[in-house]
Write a protein that binds this ligand. Structure first.
Ligand code: BES
Ligand code: ZN
Ligand code: ZN
Length: 498
């Protein structure tokens, strides 16, 4: 989809459809919506007066001007209550309008920039939210369907229509930013939606190389022999039960800039988590194709960082392997030597994410980082504690504060859990330096505490647990059922504000 800016009045556009909006409770619309209403002889006011349209968030109505204005259709979208207006409302409303347009067979859509007028949002931010919501909302995963019975064609262009010419530059910058961030999120969604027989460690590493070449990132792929030579036996212990060889992808934005201390993003890349010998129940096991959602989010974030040309040195680490049970698989009670040198007693082979992250966190030291972030579908406890509405974060307080701010802006919200040293008692092993699980209590915290032992000394670090947020059961305005791409927008916003 192309995005363009046109300076002019919405009611004069010769368009397949134009989108205007309405806050809840408004009976006489102003601004662009008012101008369209006047041109239509008060049809919008009549809809409101008759109780047919109330301006509820994501409410949509379609009007047919029959020549009163050049556009063939007017799509009216509700913004909800004015006091609750945020960039997330813009994303939702833009998505709802765009999906309606597509349902009607529209391929070129004209829209006002929700929020930039009556909503009083800075135009750059408003434009970014409109484009982001549109691109995210229109996402579909069709690549494995051979028959598309009722699928309507994709939008080819989204035109943002603005009457104030002094805003053109800001709108262009915002639209470009929104498009890069949203398309990077779609890359992550595609990788998570793709099943584990297709999205193997090798296949994901190839996608990463392809994306890196396009976006201008340095990319290195460590194969199984190299991982063995380096001594990443925690990662390799998870790979033992499967046929697909493990990989570690290293992505770098501004690799040459020795003057910029690195920010390292580490993502859990379990392409399928059966639990290993500590086998998971079969109900819902298919959801474990999303257990590489952290690694996929890191790839999406690095792509965006490169295309936005952020003035930062950003490194992405993606340890990739399946977790399968077979004759070679790691058994409960086995002890492995991690890259850091600590020995780990693997009491549950289903607590595998922390094993691959342990070696990747140690490896992060190679880049002398100023901060490390890891993002992982780590624990079912995260789902129990916070449900659908926040990722759990643990670690450095200043980094948590940065994520909190980015989470409010993107609506990929985070909430902190403590890492009191007393929790360490639960990870004591009778035979090794540390155990990989510590009972039922506080399982998300125990996961985070385990990881903390592998973070290079003195480097600020934060762990983001996104278990269950990788795939959505619900169809939401700009997040269709299936892969969400959670974490890309959060990480990119955090980097933009660094
Ligand atoms: N991949 C799972 C966590 C998960 C659960 C992701 C639900 C998405 C949705 C992880 O590897 C796991 O199995 N964690 C165990 C850890 C336990 C054995 C300490 C868990 O949370 O049950
Ligand atoms: Zn597991
Ligand atoms: Zn897992």
């Amino acid at each position: 989809m192309q995005t363009e800016i046109v300076i002019g009045a919405i009611q004069t556009q010769a368009a397949q459809a134009v989108v205007v909006n309405l806050f809840e409770g408004v009976t006489v619309p102003g601004g662009a919506t008012g101008a369209v209403d006047s041109a239509l002889g008060g049809q919008i006011q009549a809809l409101i007066a008759g109780g047919d349209f109330r301006g509820k968030l994501n409410e949509v109505a379609v009007l047919y001007p029959h020549g009163a204005i050049p556009a063939r259709r007017v799509i009216l979208v509700g913004l909800g209550k004015r006091e609750k207006f945020t960039p997330d409302v813009i994303r939702q409303a833009a998505a709802s309008a765009a999906k309606k347009a597509r349902d009607l067979g529209v391929t070129q859509l004209h829209t006002i920039v929700h929020g930039a007028g009556v909503g009083k949002m800075p135009p750059e931010q408003a434009a970014a939210a409109v484009v982001e919501g549109t691109v995210l909302g229109l996402y579909r995963f069709h690549e494995l369907k051979t028959h598309l019975d009722e699928a309507r064609p994709d939008l080819t262009t989204l035109t943002l229509v603005e009457w104030d010419a002094t805003r053109q530059r800001a709108l262009e910058a915002g639209a470009r930013q929104g498009q890069i961030v949203a398309e990077s999120t779609l890359l992550t969604r595609d990788l998570v939606n793709r099943p584990a027989n297709i999205a193997t460690p090798t296949a994901i590493a190839e996608v990463a190389q392809h994306i890196a070449a396009e976006a201008g990132l340095r990319c290195q792929v460590l194969d199984k022999e190299t991982l063995t030579a380096l001594g990443m036996h925690a990662l390799l212990s998870v790979n033992r039960g499967g046929d697909e060889p493990a990989r570690m992808v290293i992505l770098e934005h501004n690799a040459g800039r020795a003057d910029l201390p690195a920010l390292v993003l580490v993502g859990k890349g379990i392409t399928f988590d059966t639990g290993g010998i500590s086998l998971k129940p079969s109900e819902n096991m298919h959801r474990m194709k999303g257990d590489m959602g952290g690694a996929a989010a890191v790839l999406g974030a690095l792509r965006a960082a490169a295309l936005l040309d952020l003035p930062l040195h950003v490194v992405g680490l993606m340890p990739l392997t399946e977790n399968m049970p077979d004759a070679h698989a790691t058994k409960p009670g086995d002890v492995v030597h991690s890259l850091k040198g600590l020995t780990i007693e693997i009491l549950s082979t289903d607590a595998e994410g922390r094993l691959i992250l342990a070696d990747a966190l140690t490896y992060a030291q190679t880049f002398a980082p100023q901060a490390i972030f890891d993002i992982a579908t780590l624990t079912g406890g995260r789902v129990v504690a916070l449900g659908d509405h926040a990722a759990a974060v643990m670690g450095d307080e200043a980094l948590i504060a940065r994520l909190h701010t980015a989470g409010e802006a993107t609506f990929e919200r985070v909430w902190p859990l403590p890492l009191f040293e007393e929790y360490g008692e639960q990870l004591k092993s009778t035979v090794a330096d540390v155990a990989n699980v510590g009972g039922r209590a506080a399982s998300s915290i125990i996961g985070g505490y385990f990881l903390s032992k592998f973070v290079p000394d003195g480097v600020p670090w934060v762990h983001i647990d996104i278990a269950g947020l990788d795939l959505s059961e619900k169809d939401l305005p700009y997040t269709p059922k299936g892969a969400t791409g959670f974490g890309v927008r959060l990480l990119v916003e955090m980097l933009r504000r660094w």
